[in-house]
Design a protein around this ligand. Structure first.
Ligand code: CA
Ligand code: CA
Length: 192
């Protein structure tokens, strides 16, 4: 669920970038550094076509469902609190944008509290991610940089279910190869 919202958000920002030639809130020239935004206030207003400063044509780039009890969806602005898009646990998402235009953003995984994510000996987290947009949720514990974070750049516990068909596919392919080999041997043997 969280992964699908992260995907929608990424598509919406990409569509904005294609339409406007730059990221939301950015001037047309690239900046000295990359940008970290939360899914609150101007960014969300902008993607919903409600922010005339960031989105002059007021184009709607995303549909967001309304949050229930302050969780999983759009929470309108109230008083001094800006509007926000929150995850299943009521926290906004973090969005990293490649606003310096080098085609990569810093990888938050290198600061992850879980050693298996941050500096596993076999596959240490790279310093940069080769993407223009990286989005993550703080996960169930509400703390950024822990094992349960739901992130756009690698599979996470929530999306690991999606990996099952891949494994099944590999097993089916191996079985298919074995069957082909057996059939070939059987066909070859009567000729001898
Ligand atoms: Ca960059
Ligand atoms: Ca977390």
């Amino acid at each position: 669920m969280t992964q699908s919202v992260i995907k929608d958000l990424r598509i919406a920002i990409t569509s904005f970038q294609i339409e406007c030639g730059h990221f939301p809130g950015q001037s047309e020239q690239s900046q000295a550094s990359d940008t970290r935004l939360l899914s609150t206030g101007p960014l969300i207003d902008c993607l919903l076509g409600q922010n005339t400063a960031w989105n002059r044509k007021e184009i709607k780039f995303v549909d967001l469902m309304t949050a229930r009890d302050g969780k999983f969806g759009y929470v309108p602005a109230e008083g001094s609190n800006p509007c926000r898009l929150v995850d299943l646990w009521g926290n906004p998402y973090v969005i990293l944008l490649d606003t310096n235009g080098d085609g990569k953003v810093q990888n938050p995984d290198i600061r992850n509290a879980d050693p298996a994510i941050a500096h596993s000996e076999t596959s240490p987290a790279p310093e940069f991610l080769p993407v223009e947009i990286a989005i993550h949720s703080f996960g169930k514990d509400g703390i950024e940089g822990t094992a349960d974070d739901v992130v756009s750049w690698r599979s996470t516990p929530e999306s690991s279910v999606m990996l099952v068909p891949m494994w099944l596919l590999v097993i089916v392919l191996i079985l298919l190869l074995l069957i082909i080999l057996i059939v070939r041997r059987m066909r070859a043997s009567p000729a001898k």
